[in-house]
Structures are given as C-alpha cells and as structure tokens.
Ligand binder design. Structure first.
Ligand SMILES: [Ca+2]
Length: 288
C-alpha cells in the first residue's frame, strides 16, 4: 500500500467511526425517548389512580370506636436537616421519594382505640381521647396484628421513618411544619413549654398542611425502622437497615424541648421492648 492508499484507508476508517458514533447516539436517544414515552403514561396512570382514591378513610374498631386516616400522596422531599440546630444523625440531607400513596392516621393511637382491641390500657395519664403511652414497639406490633382484622382491604403497619418525616413536613422544608421559629410551635404541639407535665387529648392543636395532628409533640411515635445512619444517595421508599438494636421514635413529646419535636429529629435510644410515659404510636394503612 503506498502513502496515498494509506491516507485513503485512514480517512475511510475515520468516516466509518464517525458514522458508528452518530448511529449509537441516535440509538441511545431513541431508547431514551422510548423510556421517557413509557414513563409518562405510568406517571399519568399513577396520578389518575391516586386522584381516584378517597381523601380520607375510617376504620371501624367496633363499639363506636373508629380510626381516621388521611391520604398522603406520593412525592419527593429533602429528608434530614443540616441546620445549626440539627443533630449529627440528621445529616446528610438527601432526596427521598415516596413512590406509593398511603393513608396516615390523623391522630396518635388513643387509649380508647388501644383498649378496644387489646382489652387493657397501659397509659400513665388516663383519658380515652388521650394518646396511648407506655407502649413498646413489640406491643405496637401486637396491636397492629389485631387491627388487621378490622381493616378489610387494607394493610396496617407502622410508618417508615421516611413516611413519617414526609407526612410531618407536609411540604415544608423548615425545622417545623409551620416554619423555623420555635415561637409558633405551641399552636401545633404539646411540648415542655405548654404541656403542664402531661399528655393531652389528640387533635386539640392545629393540624399540619396535610391534616395530621400532633405530629410534633404530645407523644413520641414509633417507626418501623431499625435505627441507622443516613447515606448521601437519593433513595426511594427507604425502610432503614435490615437489622439493628434500637427502633426509631419521631416527633418529640409533652416532656421534650422544641428541638426534639423538629420534623427531622430522631430518637434512637430505645430497644423494641422499651416503654415509657412519653412514647406512643400512629398507624399507616395501605390499600392492598
Ligand atoms: Ca406525636
């Protein structure tokens, strides 16, 4: 091959490579468009399905006792807090997507609800409409097993930590559902500044933007997750570590300062057998 033939061959090889690159790019773009075209109807179907769901649901626990739920729509939020008042285990803040709709109880589980299914009331501060307390994570699991019989067509369980924080924030990225100021917390929560050293009947304070009461304060609420440190990667429907020693509690209580009642605050001290007069529970229901 002489020099001019070599030059011609190199030019042809270059041209071929360029054609292949363009073809690959066009193929990838076509595939991307196809995935996008596939995703859009799915998202539209999900939205239509959620739009068709009842905004509220009520479970009949018998003997005139009910449990009310609010529909929580899928969406994304920034989970955790890196503000100057946050704790180390609230970091790093990361994007979390809640992909599926769920129903969250409007109120903490009350003593009359607990007693109607369990036949006893372990609470220190007695009152049928007050939140049940002195309930361990394991006892809440037993309560949910009994509640399943009353929830035809629905699965009932504890919220994941991500679901809990998503529902508590109700669209807010601030320290509390109403903003960053501790001064406004008394409108939404029973905490050490205003509780007079006891729990209060559920639903007496303002609801958050999604219609949930007492997410901040009154009693801590057990979540389904084992306690673990956050990663930095975005996650969809995280459920926490697969094993651990302590279950997570959220929301603060009548005995706590405002800082523990923040949306991102995590209580990581207690094992599943532990119970105390500031610890209660809230239920999630999911359509089967
Ligand atoms: Ca609470």
């Amino acid at each position: 091959m002489d020099r001019s033939e070599k030059t011609t061959c190199l030019a042809l090889a270059g041209l071929l490579a360029a054609i292949l690159l363009i073809a690959n790019a066009a193929g990838a773009a076509a595939q991307g468009n196809l995935q996008e075209a596939k995703a859009k109807p799915d998202q539209a179907q999900t939205k239509a399905a959620v739009d068709g769901m009842a905004a509220t649901r009520t479970l009949d626990l018998g003997r005139g006792v009910t449990m009310a739920f609010v529909l929580i729509r899928p969406g994304s939020f920034m989970m955790g807090s890196d503000s100057k008042v946050s704790n180390k285990d609230e970091k790093p803040v990361r994007k979390v997507t809640i992909a599926k709709p769920f129903y969250m109880a409007k109120y903490e589980v009350t003593q009359e609800q607990w007693e109607s299914l369990m036949g006893s009331n372990p609470s220190h501060f007695k009152g049928g409409k007050n939140p049940v307390e002195k309930v361990s994570w394991n006892e809440c699991r037993d309560f949910l097993t009994k509640l399943k019989d009353k929830a035809s067509g629905m699965d009932v369980r504890l919220p994941t930590e991500a679901e809990w924080e998503y529902a508590c924030r109700a669209g807010s990225s601030a320290e509390f559902c109403h903003g960053d100021a501790e001064a406004g917390l008394g409108d939404y929560a029973w905490f050490t500044n205003n509780s007079d050293g006891k729990t209060h009947p559920v639903g007496e304070k303002k609801a958050n933007a999604w219609g949930l009461y007492d997410m901040h304060g009154n009693v801590w609420e057990w979540c389904s997750d084992w306690y673990g440190r956050y990663g930095s990667a975005a996650e969809t429907d995280p459920v926490g570590p697969s094993s651990g020693a302590r279950r997570v509690l959220r929301g603060g209580s009548w005995i706590n300062f405002a800082g523990s009642c923040r949306s991102a605050s995590r209580n990581n001290y207690y094992d599943p057998e532990f119970s105390y007069l500031s610890i209660g529970v809230r239920v999630v229901a999911v359509v089967r």
